[in-house]
Each structure stands twice: as structure tokens, then as C-alpha cells.
Write a protein that binds this ligand. Structure first.
Ligand code: MN
Length: 498
């Protein structure tokens, strides 16, 4: 549903006219060598476009304006191979509306001890050229990511790759439309939030619809269309013998297919890439959308249950950020604990809506009663979640600011759960359940999260920095006393800044 390979990242090299034509030609050729190699290493994520070397304030201003106006440009890399007096950058950087990386590298890796002369010194001077640029960025309080190291060092490319994925998430965030079917679950606090602030800060447009409008889109799906999608389900998923041939069950599966088709066409027509539902408002729907939500999430849509538009939008942004990576990303909820001191764990699940992108096996399609919502028994995909390092992320509206909270976890093998007919994950949080849950609750972390087996905390940190929101991590280094202090310091910082 989104081709990230259409996006571009610009490579800008700063210099000046002091050195003469010959040096500038050398700068141009060195820069294209760097851009070529780095571009190759991130070609799965983005197209790296090299721009002519910048030597005047007017050029820099024009280039920054051009970047702002180019919809495919998700950000820029700035490198000062030589010395580029940074006052020349003020007008451009003042207007620049794209995130940027300050690449602090040098064309030559080693000092050529025997041959080094002043020509070499004049060309390879990022050691001080980049300091001049860095001063200006700090003086202007500009958020940027600084990458230091030789450009052929694989860790430099990896660092850049992580940042690029966050920039792709930001790009998605700024044009993201979310459809909300029904309102917030009555009286729930954490799923609420300031939609005007969210649009100002994160770019999210949140539009509410009466669920009757969705019901009418679903009812306009033809029986033959719904039947043929139900046949696809039969081929794709494991099913109990006789389930599909049982007339009543088959009707429920066809109805689930109708919901998927109606929902998807509603979202497509409205340009929505994320949506919410609520079991408290199912007027005109025969089932709580379960299978449909799971499959649409797998196709890349963001989803949040109980009207949770913040989590829906975050699911979508994180799906874009992790596009093409190993491991899936899903809406998730901390459901219940295993508090055995010899191995405390969290069982994560939802009523139905977990994305099959994180499944460890081919999901089974099952139909069971669901008391919540008071509708027909909904078909759903049931599966255990894949194991490995993962994270849970939540976005909170703290009133004065948005807060991103991330916890690293290890997804582990779950015992057979014969009486729990929903998709479920089992994880051990870092640094341990006690510290993690205490810190999470201290920070106001939600029960709804985005669970990702693909993304790393740094992706989320870059994304938060780019969006100008608070970022907190609970990981193997977390100590409660320090975490509590961090919350206090952030409180002061954001109040003073705000
Ligand atoms: Mn929930």
C-alpha cells in the first residue's frame, strides 16, 4: 500500500569559494564517491540523491527551499568536507522543514604520514569544518542526528539506515489520515487526547464517522465478492474439519469477508491508512470486526481498538518504518501476568485484533462466542507470536505534551493455551517485569501498545526527536530511581520549553 522506494534522501556538501576551482572539483568528486557508497547501503530504504556542492548563502537557501517543496524528499545529509563558514547556512536552516543528519566523516580514513602536505590538509578538513557547522546548529537549537566515523565503516551506514527509517515514519506521519468508527470507549482516559495538538505536532488528521456509515459500505458488498474472499480464507488458513462446510459457520465467515471488503473500500475511498473501532458502537454490524481488522493490519493499515486513534496512527507509522524488515508489527495490549518469581512474564493479546504479521505459524481461523459487543460469534485468526527481541511502544497525551514510551522485551515461546482462542504473545520485559511495569506505570504508559519484532529503540528515539516529542526508554539499563528523576527533569524541561 506504500512504496517507500519512491522516497529520496538528499546529500548536501558544504564548502566555500576560498579554495579555488581545483579543490572544489575534488570536493565534488569525493562527495559523489561517499554518496554512492552510502546510497548503495541504504538503497532498500530510500534513494540517495547527491546535489551540487554548496558555496554561497543564496545557494544554501535555495537548496533548503527546494528540499521543502520536494514531496519525495524525506530528509537531508549535510557534510562539510572543507570549511563552510556557517553563517551562510543560517537562512537555509531557518526555513528547512525536513529532518537532517550531520554526517561527520572524512574522505581519507588514515593520515598519510609520509606524504601529507598542505593540499591534503585543505581538502580533508571536516575535523574543523564540521565543528563550525555543528556550532551553528547548536546555536540555533536545531534537532539533528550526528553520525561520526569513516564512511566505509559499516556501523556508519547502519546508523544512517536506522535514522532513514525514522524519517520515513515522519514522512508518513505528516500526511496520515485516521478514520474513527464510533467514539472513545466510554470513560477510558489513556486512549483520549488532543486531536488539534496531534495534527499540529504529528500531522495526524483524525476523522470521526458514525458506524452506520461503515455498515452501509459493508452492506453494499456483493454476496459473490464476499463468498470468493471467504474461499481465499479457506485456502490461506488452518481450519477445523467441517467448519467451512457447516452452513451457519460459513455464513459467519462470509460475513467477516463482507466486513473486510466494506471496511477496506471505505478506507481506500477516504484516503485513510489507519482506523479505530469500538465494541460499544457496532450499530448495524453483525459482528465485532476481528478477522477484517487483523487482515487489514497485515496489509499495512494502522489500527487501535476502543477508539484509540493514537495507537492506530502509531501502528501505521511503525509499519512504514519497518517496511521490508524482518519481523512484524501489531496493535497489542498487556493482558495478564505470570508472576512466578522464577520467570515473570506478560501475556499480550486483545479480544481479537492482533496482526498476523507477528505470527510464528500459519494462523488458524476459528469462530467462538464473544460476550463483549453483544453480536454474532466473530471469526478470528488464532496464533502464537514469533519469538525474539521486540519492543512495545505507546504514545501518551500528557496534557502539556506527547510522550513516547518504549520498553524492550523478549518474546518467548508460550505453552499451549487450548482454551484461549485468540492470537497471543508472551514476553519477558527488560530489565525485569517488576522494574519494567513499575517504570511503565510511573510514566503513565498505556495498556494499548504497538508491539514490533522489527524495530529497535533507536528507530523510535529518532522518530520522537524528529517529531519534537518526549522520548522515554525502559530497557536493560533502567534503574527506577534514575527513571523517576528523568520524569521530573523532563517535566521541567517541557514546561519551560512549552
Ligand atoms: Mn483494548
Amino acid at each position: 500500500m506504500q512504496n517507500i522506494s519512491e522516497k529520496s534522501l538528499w546529500f548536501l556538501t558544504g564548502s566555500q569559494h576560498l579554495y579555488g576551482k581545483e579543490i572544489l572539483e575534488k570536493v565534488t568528486s569525493n562527495a559523489s564517491e561517499l554518496a554512492g557508497a552510502l546510497g548503495e547501503s541504504i538503497r532498500r530504504e530510500v534513494k540517495l540523491v547527491i546535489k551540487p556542492v554548496l558555496t554561497t548563502s543564496d545557494d544554501i537557501l535555495a537548496r533548503c527551499q527546494e528540499a521543502n517543496n520536494d514531496r519525495s524528499c524525506i530528509g537531508i545529509i549535510c557534510w562539510m568536507h572543507t570549511f563552510s563558514p556557517a553563517q551562510m547556512w543560517i537562512r537555509g536552516l531557518t526555513l528547512l522543514a525536513k529532518p537532517f543528519v550531520h554526517l561527520h566523516t572524512q574522505h581519507n580514513r588514515d593520515i598519510p604520514w609520509d606524504t601529507i602536505d598542505m593540499d591534503f590538509m585543505n581538502l580533508n578538513q571536516s575535523a574543523h569544518g564540521d565543528r563550525e557547522f555543528g556550532f551553528l546548529c547548536s546555536r540555533m537549537s536545531l534537532d539533528r542526528h550526528i553520525i561520526t566515523g569513516h564512511w566505509k565503516d559499516p556501523s556508519v551506514a547502519a546508523d544512517l539506515g536506522e535514522w532513514v527509517r525514522a524519517a520515513l515514519g515522519r514522512d508518513e506521519s505528516l500526511s496520515l489520515n485516521i478514520a474513527r468508527f464510533g467514539d472513545n470507549m466510554r470513560d477510558v482516559a489513556v486512549t483520549e487526547g488532543d486531536k488539534v495538538e496531534a495534527r499540529m505536532k504529528l500531522g495526524w488528521s483524525v476523522s470521526g464517522y458514525g458506524v452506520g456509515e461503515l455498515a452501509s459500505a459493508i452492506n453494499s458488498v456483493s454476496q459473490s465478492h464476499a463468498r470468493s474472499l471467504a474461499d481465499e480464507y479457506r485456502d490461506l488458513y488452518r481450519m477445523a474439519d467441517g467448519l467451512f462446510s457447516d452452513l451457519a459457520s460459513r455464513e459467519k465467515i462470509i460475513e467477516a469477508a463482507r466486513i473486510e471488503l466494506g471496511l477496506e473500500s471505505f478506507l481506500q475511498q477516504g484516503g485513510f491508512r489507519a482506523f479505530t473501532t469500538t465494541f460499544e458502537d457496532l450499530h448495524g454490524l453483525k459482528q465485532l470486526p476481528g478477522l477484517a481488522v487483523q487482515r487489514l493490519m497485515e496489509k499495512g493499515y494502522g489500527f487501535g481498538a476502543e477508539g484509540d486513534w493514537k495507537t492506530a496512527a502509531l501502528v501505521r507509522c511503525m509499519k512504514v518504518m519497518s517496511s521490508g524488515m524482518q519481523g512484524g508489527t501489531s496493535f497489542m495490549e498487556d493482558y495478564t501476568y505470570h508472576l512466578d518469581p522464577s520467570g515473570m512474564k506478560v501475556l499480550g493479546a486483545h479480544m481479537l485484533e492482533i496482526c498476523p504479521s507477528i505470527a510464528s505459524v500459519t494462523p488458524g481461523l476459528e469462530i467462538h462466542p464473544l460476550s463483549i459487543g453483544g453480536r454474532d460469534d466473530p471469526p478470528r485468526l488464532v496464533f502464537p507470536v514469533a519469538t525474539g527481541k521486540a519492543l512495545n511502544a505507546t504514545l501518551l497525551d500528557m496534557g502539556s505534551r506527547f510522550r513516547m514510551l518504549v520498553n524492550t522485551v523478549t518474546s518467548v515461546i508460550s505453552p499451549e493455551l487450548p482454551n484461549l482462542p485468540v492470537a497471543r504473545a508472551l514476553w519477558v520485559p527488560d530489565p525485569d517485569l517488576r522494574t519494567s511495569a513499575t517504570a511503565w506505570i510511573m510514566a503513565g504508559g498505556a495498556h494499548h501498545t504497538v508491539f514490533s519484532l522489527a524495530l529497535k529503540p533507536l528507530h523510535m528515539e529518532h522518530f520522537s526527536n524528529m517529531m519534537g516529542i518526549e522520548y522515554l526508554i525502559i530497557d536493560e539499563d533502567t534503574r527506577l530511581r534514575e527513571f523517576r528523576n528523568e520524569l521530573k527533569w523532563n517535566e521541567i524541561y517541557y514546561r519551560m520549553k512549552g
